[in-house]
Structures are given as C-alpha cells and as structure tokens.
Design a protein around this ligand. Sequence first.
Ligand code: HDE
Length: 740
Amino acid sequence: MPAEDDVVIPGVPSSEPPAFEEPTSPREPLPPKPDQRGPEAVSPTGSPTGAPATARAQSGQYLTTAQGLRLQDTDHSLKAGARGPILLQDHHLREKITHFDHERIPERVVHARGAGAHGVFRSYGTASKVTRAGFLAADVETPVFVRFSTVLGSRGSADAVRDTRGFSTKFYTDEGTYDLVGNNIPVFFIQDGMKFPDVVHAAKPHPDREIPQAQSAHDTFWDFVSLHTEAQAHTLWNMSDRGIPRSYRTMEGFGVHTFRLVNAAGDTTLVKFHWKPKQGVHSLVWEEAQIINGMDPDFHRRDLADAIEAGAYPEWELGIQTFPDTEDQMFQGIDLLDPTKFVPEELAPVQPIGLMTLNANPTNYFAETEQVAFHPGHLVPGIDVTNDPLLQVRLFSYLDTQISRLGGPNFAQIPINRPHAPVNDMLRDGMHQAAVHGGAAPYRPNSLDGGCPFLAGQDMGAFVDVPQAVAESIKERRNPASFDDHYSQARLFFRSLSSVEQDHVIQAYTFELGKCYESAVRERQLQALANIDAALCAAVAAGLGMPAPEATEQVPDRDPSPSVSQVGGTWPVAGRVVGIVADASSDLAEVEAARKALDGEGMVPLVIAPAGGTLSSDGLSVTVQRTFLTARSTEFDALMVAGGKQPAADASAGRDAKAGEPADGLDPRVALMLSEAYRHAKAVGAWGSGSAVLEAAGIPKGAAGVVGGNDAASVTTELSGLIAGHRAWDRFPAAGAAAE
Ligand code: HDE
C-alpha cells in the first residue's frame, strides 16, 4: 500500500502502483445489516418477533445509503439554488426514489390477501406407524409459519367476504421443509387442474370494469359453476357459514387431496389431512360480515395478531383419516383421487397426530407473510403425493408462480423460505442470488470438489419416490367414470346441516343469485339446486321470485355427516371479546368486577362509553377502550350493559319501547349496537338498571341468550356459558331472516 502521506493526485503518477487484489477466492458474505437480519433470533421459526431490539429497529445507528454512506440530509433534494431545478447528480435522491418505485411485487394470482403467524408443531408420535417423517415421530417439536388467506380478493381487499380461505403451513423440519397447503373447505371446485384458470377467471372481477372485488355474487361465477356442475359441492360449502369464518382461529383446515404416507418398512397408507381448531369452528352471519367489511376490513388479520399478542395462542390439532392403499384407491364408494369429494368423519374418524400453536406475530409483513412461498411439492421422506389430477397440476404451478412473483429462482434464500435443514444444492446464479458459493464443481459426478456433495440413501434420510405401478395405459384426455357424480356430496353436506345453518345456505344462494343479472344463469343454477335438494331449490326460487324446476338427475342419497355442522358444541372462551356499555352514572365497582371476571377467563373486556378517556366516580376510575362513535356490535362476541347506581326503575324512565324498536332517549348508537348483537344471535346481558337499557333497545326480556341479574358476577358467569356455545342458536328461527 502507498504510505499514508503518499497522496495520489489525478494525472500525476504515484511513486508505487496501487496494490490490487483480485477477489477470486470465495469468502463468507458479511453478516446482514441489522435491518436486514433474517428471522433468526427469537420466534420459533427464528423471527426476532417481539424482541425489543426489533421494536426499535436500527436504534442508535446513523442513517446511511444502501452502500453504507452516512447521510447528513434526507429531506431536501440537491438543487441549483433553493428555488432551482433538481440536479441529476443527486445520488441519494435517485437511490431513494428508485428503490421506492420498485417496492411492490406482483400480488399472488389467487390468495393475494393473507395474514401470517409463527408457531410450533409438536407431534404426538401417533403417526409413526404409518409414516417415517421425522417431524411426526413422538414428541418432536418443529417450527412452523402459517399463512391464512382469502382466495378471490386483491391484496388490499376486505377480510370478511364470502369465499374459501387458504390455510398453508410451512414446517421447517430437520429433513427439509414440508408445506401443507390447504383450505378451510375439504372439497374443491374442479377435478382437473387444467380447469383452474377457468374457475379463477370466472370468479375474479369482470374484466371490463374490474368489479365486484372479492365477491362470488356476480354473473360470471354463477355462469361457470352452473355449467361446470362438478363445482356444485364446493359452491355449497361456500354458501354455508364456512364461507364467512368468524376468525382464522375458528377455521378447520383440510389438505383436500389424498396423500400417500410411507413408513420405515416401506408400507404405504392413503390419508387426508385435517386441522381441528381448539377454539371450535365458528362463523359470522352474513349481515355481520357485510358490516365488518365496512367497519374493519382487516377484521381477521387484526383478530389473529391481537390474540397472539394477548397471549391467547390459537391452537389446532392435526389429524389424519387413513385409508388402505388399494389398487382402485376407493373408500366406501368414494373415489379418493376425486378432490370434489370428502370422506365423512363418520366413515373414517380423524385421528390426532400433533398440535400446532401459533405464538408469534411476524415482524415485517412484506418480508415474511408476503414473501413466504408455499408449494405442495415441498415434501419430506415419509409423505408423498397421489395421482389426484388437481394435485398433480399444483405440483407444477406453485414453483412456477414464485418465479414471476418473487423475481427469479432463488426465492428459497429469502429468510422466511430458508429451510432449517442444511442446504447443499448445486443450483447456481440466477436473479437475486444472495449466496457466495464456494467450490469449483457444481455438477455431478465431479472429482474437483472431492465428489461432493454426496447422494444419500434412504437410510441417510433421502427422499425416495414411492415405487408405484403405472398400469399399461393409453394416452387420453378424460376422467374416470367415478368422477361423474357431481351432486351426491352437495346433497349430503346440505342435509347434514342444522336447520339454522340450512336457512343460512338458502339466504346465501338467494343473495348471490339475486345479484346476477342474467336470468339464464339464475335458472341454470336453480336447476343444479333441484338436483341437490328440492326444498333448497324451492326456497331459493321463492326468494328470487322464479319457478322451481324439477330435478333432472337421479342422485344417490348418502348418509348425513353430522360432524360438518357447527351447531351444538361448547368451546373455550379465551380470546373472545366482550363489550361493557357504561357511562358516568354506572356503578364502576361492578364494571371493574365484570372486567376482572372476564379477564380471569382469558376473555377481552372492552369498556364502551360516550367519550374516551376514563369514567370516574366515588374515587374509582375505569379506562374507556371504545366510544359510542368507534364501537360497533361486530367487534364483540357478547355485550353487557352496566347497571347504574340508581335503582332499575329510575334508569328506565322515558325509555319504554315496543319490542324490536329502540325507545326515545337511548343513544341511537347504543340501541343499534345492542339490537344488532341481538339480531346476530350473540349473548347480551345486563345487571341492575342496565336491563332497562336492553328493553329500551327492543330486546325482549327472557329471550334466548339474554341474561339479566343483580350483579356483574352472576351475569358474567351466565354470559360466559353462552359464549362457549358461540351463539344463542335458538334465537335464529325468529331473528334468522333478519340476520341474513
Ligand atoms: Fe392453489 N395456488 N392452486 N390451491 N393455493 C396458489 O401459489 C393452484 C388449490 C392454495 O398462502 C398460487 O404461491 C392451481 C387447492 C393456498 O401463499 C398458485 C390449482 C388448494 C394458496 C396456485 C390450485 C389450494 C394457494 C398463487 C389447481 C387447497 C395460498 C400464489 C390445480 C388444497 C398460499 C402461490 C399462500 C396459492 C395454483 C388449487 C390452496 C397460482 C393451479 C385445491 C392456500 O400457484
């Protein structure tokens, strides 16, 4: 190197030529900058989620350019004088704007709107008889990242739309990453992946005006599903309450396809995967969903993040239905390769194999939830695919789509996609290559890198494709005859629902078809309904003011599957949200007692008052979380009205109402909140003089799910029992029509 005082002046040769080292030898890349650090520190998958260091990102650091140059000013561009034009030489301005110009990447072609969470999966070991997958052996803990999504809407669309939901799980196992990319509905619209662009084009907004957003209630969707009748079963699930989940936390998940497990001895078993939420399966009612989409389009995203932040970690048990791997791959008359069919649990019980707990929110939406790349072909030893023609096309599509979405073939190097197993591939170069690969011989066989990396045998954890006999066959484009039954499972599903749920299905079809302009489309869909169930068809036809057609097909009756109904169970109440309506005249000691009791059960009590701040009296003060302006019934699973300090009779003065109508004098926003909660069959309660407010809001005393009492404690206990049942279902026959 030149001596320190040996300054090099342009144009003047220096005394010694500058030393120049060509960087030929590969070296480890520098550790990432603090703000680029991959998910490594805290969360189960490695994300530094919640760590104080990331909460104050880059704390104590100087602002720099992307090249590490410290900056003195990032607010003013470099100009020829304060009022002059901006100079092209402003490298910082150009870097800042150029990077900004390229901040967006293409959204997913489907499932664009989603929410993610980190967690952990602990296996029970019950599956080890049927699979050699290491992460399913007894008591193994595997980090996971889950992404829930809607299918149709764009990235900024509302959460509570009527749609199927995606339920994708990435297991970072020691043997490589395994992705279970499922939905909240066990059947699919199409049998052959070749039809996927058709169903998606039909369901997406109309190509001319690009409306409606995130909706199936339009002509092209119903045109397609009424013509392509194999879509009828999935459509019926979408029209049921499953199409509008209460929360991502209260959804079941399904792998949909049949997969093939292989055990250590090489024996194979066909399986279907199920996620069972510990929180129970719970849905919205349609009017509630529509209000939510205006009041809080991020409802599901917020709910998931809030629950995790509050420590109410959502949990799902993973289970499998197992079937013998017979030559015909049929089970009790159901073709296991037909993804428009599910196997009722009554015929093949779901056997639990592990528990997933989501316990950390992402640190950065884009880095994790947006850039995560799932693929049904990310398999581990012990889990293999079948010939389901929908699954086979998916095996092509997911890898392909990431290349345009994530800008090249190196997306596995993005922190959220990095396997936790050692990676020694021979993939090189390409857009966004972040690794500095050593070695001279990324090919096999080689001698220059000592023959490395080696191939593993099955005993060393290699994935070995299950040797499957492929029958001598002719090349042709057609389905097996067993795929021809398009209606029996739609009928089975409808007839397995409770009458309240059936009523919701009828209302959903009537709403959606009522939004179609083409009468030919409505007529054709009514024809499909006639083949599914005559009563369903008649009720929808009546709602549309159209004649109900006769069935045109002989559809076999199957035994109903009561397990598909959401009505009847009780579930943990932790994480449920209860609003307490109070004002300055309320007995604050009782409000505090209600809050404590709800909190004690893991629920989230929120005090709703005329204005923000605190409610104070008699030396007591209670923090207000919602005001009459910011609160709406849809945020709450139940509502309580606090009693006042004065006797009940005084509080009701001037507030008499006819049933179903709010009385004069009651704040209309409170009246709306209470009557909506009542109409949506939510538990409502009041203690002391609060009962008069319920009556003033038109809520009949003693109706199902309406609780009264003298003190907060007794009302809270009763309310909690009702919340465990999710809704006051008995209220629906009276209020159901209004609720839809
Ligand atoms: Fe997907 N699907 N899909 N799909 N799918 C995608 O992959 C596709 C299907 C599902 O949170 C895309 O990375 C084809 C069934 C989920 O990132 C794309 C076919 C099931 C997600 C794609 C299907 C799913 C996707 C778009 C018919 C339930 C979101 C972005 C053969 C078992 C994953 C992406 C996430 C996403 C293709 C059918 C579930 C284009 C061709 C059946 C949960 O590759």
